[in-house]
Every structure is written in C-alpha cells, then in structure tokens.
Design a protein around this ligand. Structure first.
Ligand code: HSE
Length: 325
C-alpha cells in the first residue's frame, strides 16, 4: 500500500462524488484434488456500482443506501453487515481512510450457497470498488488485494480467481496469501450443474477431519500436480487429474444427490467434481459435445431439478468497468 490520507469526519473532499462500477466473475474452487488451493474463474458475473455522495452529512457514522437486484434481492441485509460493505470498510480501514457515506447498487447473477464463489465475489467486489474509490489516494498491490479479500473469506481459493481470472493456484505464506494465474487450454469447456438447494460452507468445513492418511495426501499431491498439466496443456488427462481423497467423500453425506450424480457422471467418463464446498457439480469437459452428454445424463438421472450452466472460463477477473472522480 502506498500513499497517505489525512483522517477526518464527514466526506473527504477528495472522495466526494466518486463513483466506481465493478464486475466480478463466479468461481469454482478445489477442482477436485486442489482443496483450498486451486480455483477457476467462470463467465457469470455480479456487477456493483458504488458512489460517494457529494454533499456532507456531517455525521461520524457513515450512512448507507443499498439496492440489490437479482440474486439475493430481499434476502441479504441492507446495512453495514452486507458483505460488500464489510469488504469496502475493511479496505478503507487498511488504508487508514474514514469510510464515507456510500450508495451501493448490486446486480447479482451468481447463485448463493451453491459453491460458485458468491461470497468471494461479493468480497472481491467490495475490495476492488474500494480500491477504485481510493484511486490516486492509496494504491494497493495485487498481493495486498488478495490479502484483504482472504482475510474476510478465510481461504484464498475462491477470491484469487475472482480477483485475477483464469486458473489460479493460491497458497499462504507467513507474509500473506500469494497466487499464480495460469491460462486454461482452449479445449476445456466447463459445465456447472446447480441444484435448487443450498449448502453451507461452514457445514462442509465442519465435516473435514483433523488429519488425513498419508497415502491420501500423496494421492492428492499427484492428482493436483497432474490437474495443472491437464488444464493448461493436456485436457485428455482431466478425468484422472480430477480424482480426490481429501474432501469430497467426507462431505458426501451432507449432499447425497451431488455425490450420487458425480458417481454417475464419472462412471460415464466425465471429469465431474464438487464445485467449491458444493452442492453444485463442475464438469471439466474437453469439448462442447461432452457438455451436452453430461447434461443429458444428469437430466435422466437426477431426482430433483438441476440447472445446467455451460460457462466459459473468465480470463480477466474483477474489472473496473467505469469510474468517475
Ligand atoms: N476450499 C473451500 C472449501 C471452498 O471447499 O471449503 C469453499 O469456500
């Protein structure tokens, strides 16, 4: 972080009237073996506009005006506990700048509670919007943005692809989280299958054991290394590369239909995994016709309604689509 700002009350003259619009992709984390490490950005987006009013309120406590359209409308809180607001406040606090009054308008399309990174996207939207509002006042490095987002999300595998796009490897160091972005082979055709029911990440994480067998750890090291090669160079290896022994079977009892459909898909040769903490399924198909076959198989096998989303890989990550200062 560079730059300095004098603290004050009300709306800082340098912030008044600023407006920023950001667009953040959905993500699928884990990708099978890459638990808490690998993530893929997908071309489905939440859009957010944040503005600072021009007139001073003269109040110490920031006034918030929040509008939510699309996914989450009428459900998410419209106060300072809103995840985007928490991320903006967190970023301003790191910058040492008092939070000004804010107006937020969100247009969301990423399903909530389905393992598609909606909370990571909300956090990244807030962090990137705050960075946009603070443009020219305080600058954040890519590592600092990832650190800010990871502090709120708890692990970096969703927020890294939401921030940077593409396929990301994220890891944690004593100095904070780090990432490497990779470009996915053009033959990879992701398909996301989304059920009607939600799954809580907290519940999924509570089902993880304290320790795992050494041979299972070795199994996942081999598959996650192979998965990088498969995704960037050799899609024909995706089926073997998406095997996992570290999280999916521990969580299966909390999402039985997800578990059953993944078995059905894998028995038919499709590289299917739980998307993030579930309950959606990600199929890393190698071509569009494989997607169609996987959709037909799920339609024929599912007991409940599942929505099929053939999604391209997003290569940009969070983008500022418009800004006014
Ligand atoms: N790696 C995380 C998990 C992703 O599986 O718990 C969901 O936040």
């Amino acid at each position: 972080m560079t730059g300095a700002v004098a603290a004050g009350t009300g709306i800082s003259p340098s912030l008044a009237g600023r407006r920023v619009q950001v667009k953040v992709p959905a993500t699928s984390a884990n990708l099978g073996p890459g638990f808490d490490t690998l993530g893929l950005a997908l071309a489905k987006y939440d859009e957010l506009e944040v503005s600072v009013p021009t007139e001073s309120t003269g109040q110490d406590v920031p006034r918030l005006d929040i509008e939510v359209h699309g996914v989450g409308a009428g459900e998410v809180p419209l106060d300072e506990t809103h995840l985007v607001v928490r991320a903006i406040a967190h970023t301003f606090a790191r910058a040492g700048v008092p939070l000004p009054p804010l107006r937020l308008v969100a247009h969301n399309s990423i399903p909530h509670g389905r393992g598609l990174g909606s909370s990571g996207a909300a956090i990244v939207a807030g962090v990137v919007a705050a960075q946009g509002l603070l443009d020219g006042i305080v600058e954040f490095s890519a590592d600092e943005l990832l650190d800010l987002a990871t502090e709120l999300e708890g692990h970096p595998d969703n927020v890294a692809p939401a921030l940077f796009g593409g396929l990301t490897i994220a890891w944690v160091t004593p100095e904070g989280p780090r990432h490497k972005k990779l470009i996915v082979h053009r033959g990879v055709s992701p398909l996301v299958l989304v059920p009607e029911h939600e799954m809580s990440t907290a519940l999924a994480r509570s089902l993880q054991p304290e320790s795992v067998p050494h041979e299972d750890a070795v199994f996942n090291v081999s598959r996650s290394a192979l998965l990088i090669a498969a995704l960037i160079q050799s899609p024909e290896l995706l089926f073997q590369a998406t095997e996992d022994k570290l999280h999916q079977h521990y969580r299966a009892k909390a999402m039985p239909e997800t578990d059953r459909l993944i078995r059905v898909l894998r028995e038919a040769g499709h590289p299917a995994v739980v998307s993030g903490a579930g309950p959606s399924i990600l199929v890393l198909a190698s071509d569009p016709s494989e997607r169609a076959a996987a959709i037909a198989l799920v339609e024929a096998s599912a007991d409940t309604a599942w929505q099929a989303l053939p999604l391209a890989v997003d290569f940009k990550g969070a983008t500022v689509v418009n800004a006014e200062r």
